[in-house]
Each structure stands twice: as structure tokens, then as C-alpha cells.
Design a protein around this ligand. Structure first.
Ligand SMILES: N[C@@H](CCC(=O)N[C@@H](CS)C(=O)NCC(=O)O)C(=O)O
Length: 263
């Protein structure tokens, strides 16, 4: 039996839900309410002491790290194989998986400096302090605290946009001779990156690739058109929350002239 601990709007949860849909796998839903802080409960810390989602439970065996979960799921069934065959293409897939950690960190920075910040600012200073203290990764807590305090003025935001601009240029280069990230067929690498683009789109920042990177723009339209995308997002996302993410995202970044070179 497969069960997934995941968050409705969490980017790395969407990533895993895309692969579950691509592989047509049945799974049990163990939703973790991240805004409510369910990741810090003793029950969830017993599942993942790092207090983050997603975690896959396969017959009692727990696996974390979204890119690893995705490759694991691909290995579970022969249906629609996603990992390429050649050692070189497998190596390229793993490199995209490692880059995805950087993309995740950058997308998380943008979300926290805008939408999440607006939600967290309604908390009292004591509640916020308790939230940072509860985080097992104190480097991450330091970043989030800075983002909530400074919003788009935090230096983390500038670095995140610089990294995401590089992501787009790397993807454009990868698409130079093929229509998918690795070769001419949809593969795991495409599945691993889709959710980051979706979050950037929700944040109202598609201008990071539109106009400047035509191949990347066409690639995102292709991954979005797949059934797996609507299955992984549709039933979960709250349209009102997505609208707010976009509204706050646009206001946060477009108001800052220093970001114009990225947009
Ligand atoms: N590298 C991890 C990152 C996991 C992660 O950061 N998850 C976020 C949601 S996308 C989370 O659980 N955040 C909880 C929190 O910030 O308190 C992966 O790819 O699985």
C-alpha cells in the first residue's frame, strides 16, 4: 500500500502527485496541514523529524525527499517508465534532481517573502518566535524569519531570482536540440521540474521565462497540458489561495525596481 504525507499547496508534494498520476498509481491521502503547523506535531515528527513534507509510506517503509520519492515510484511499476535507459541520460536526470533542491529553495524564498509572509504577519511575535524555534533546521528558520521581517527587501529574494533566472537559461539550453529536457520523450526530469514552474506562475512571475526563453515557454505549456498536471493540482488547490498567491506575488516583486533585470 502506498500512502503520501503531503501538503495541498506544497510544491514538492505537487511534484510527487504528478509522478503518482503519470504512473497511474493508487495512493492513500495523508494530508498534513502546513499553515496550521501540523508538521510540528509529535505524530508527524515521528514520521519525519525534519518536519517537512512529502513522505511516502510504502507498506510501512518511509521515504522522504521528493525527487527520490519520484524515482522510487517510477521503479515500482513498468507502466509509463520515466527514468531514461542510458547511463548518460540517467546521470542527467540525477543532476536535474540535485538542481531541483536549489530551485525548491529559491521558489520557497519567493513564496515566503510574499504570500506566506502576508499570512504569517497576522501572528503575534510570540507565535512567530515559537514557530521558528520549532523548526528542526535552524538555518532554514533564519531564512524564513528574515523573509517575514523584510519581505522583498530581504537579500535572499535577490539571490533566489538570480538562481531562477539561471534555471530558465539552463532549461533553454537543454531544450536546444530536443522538445523535452532529456531527449524527445517526456521523462522524470520534466516531472521533477514542473511544480516549480507552476509555483512561479502562481506567484505571477511567468515573465521570468516568457518572451526571453521561447523553448522554455513551450516546454512549460507541454508539461501543463498533460493530464498528470491537472490531476496533481486540480483537486487540491484552493482557487482563492492561488489567486491570492498571484496577487501578493505580483505586488511584492513588481514594486521593486531592483528586480526588473530578472523580470
Ligand atoms: N528537499 C525537500 C524539501 C521539502 C520541503 O521543504 N517541504 C516543504 C513544503 S514544499 C515543507 O514541508 N515545509 C514545511 C515548513 O516550512 O514548515 C524535498 O524536496 O522533499
Amino acid at each position: 500500500m502506498l500512502a503520501l504525507y503531503h501538503g495541498a499547496n506544497s510544491v514538492c508534494s505537487i511534484k510527487v502527485r504528478i509522478v503518482l498520476a503519470e504512473k497511474n498509481l493508487e495512493w492513500e491521502d495523508r494530508h498534513v496541514d502546513l499553515p496550521a503547523g501540523e508538521q510540528f506535531t509529535p505524530e508527524y515528527l515521528a514520521i519525519n523529524p525534519r518536519a517537512i513534507v512529502p513522505v511516502l509510506d510504502h507498506d510501512g517503509m518511509l521515504i522522504n525527499e521528493s525527487s527520490v520519492i519520484c524515482e522510487y515510484l517510477d521503479g515500482l511499476s513498468k507502466y509509463n517508465p520515466l527514468l531514461p535507459n542510458s547511463p548518460h541520460d540517467i546521470a542527467k536526470t540525477h543532476i536535474w534532481g540535485i538542481y531541483a533542491l536549489e530551485y525548491h529553495d529559491s521558489v520557497n524564498t519567493l513564496t515566503f517573502s510574499s504570500y506566506q509572509r502576508q499570512m504569517l504577519l497576522s501572528k503575534t511575535p510570540e507565535e512567530l518566535a515559537a514557530r521558528w524555534a520549532a523548526m528542526p533546521d535552524q538555518i532554514r528558520a533564519h531564512k524564513l524569519k528574515d523573509l517575514v521581517e523584510l519581505g522583498a527587501d530581504s537579500n535572499y529574494v535577490y539571490v533566489a531570482l538570480e538562481r531562477l533566472a539561471r534555471m530558465c537559461s539552463d532549461i533553454e539550453a537543454a531544450l536546444d536540440t530536443s522538445s523535452w529536457l532529456i531527449g524527445n520523450e517526456y521523462s522524470l526530469a520534466d516531472a521533477l521540474l514542473t511544480a516549480y514552474f507552476y509555483r512561479i506562475e502562481c506567484l505571477g512571475m511567468t515573465m521570468l521565462w516568457e518572451q526571453r526563453y521561447p523553448k522554455t515557454t513551450a516546454w512549460y505549456a507541454q508539461v501543463k497540458a498533460r493530464e498528470s498536471f491537472s490531476i496533481a493540482t486540480g483537486p487540491w488547490l484552493n482557487e482563492e489561495a492561488v489567486r491570492k498567491i498571484s496577487e501578493v506575488g505580483k505586488k511584492t516583486f513588481l514594486a521593486h525596481n531592483k528586480f526588473i533585470k530578472f523580470l
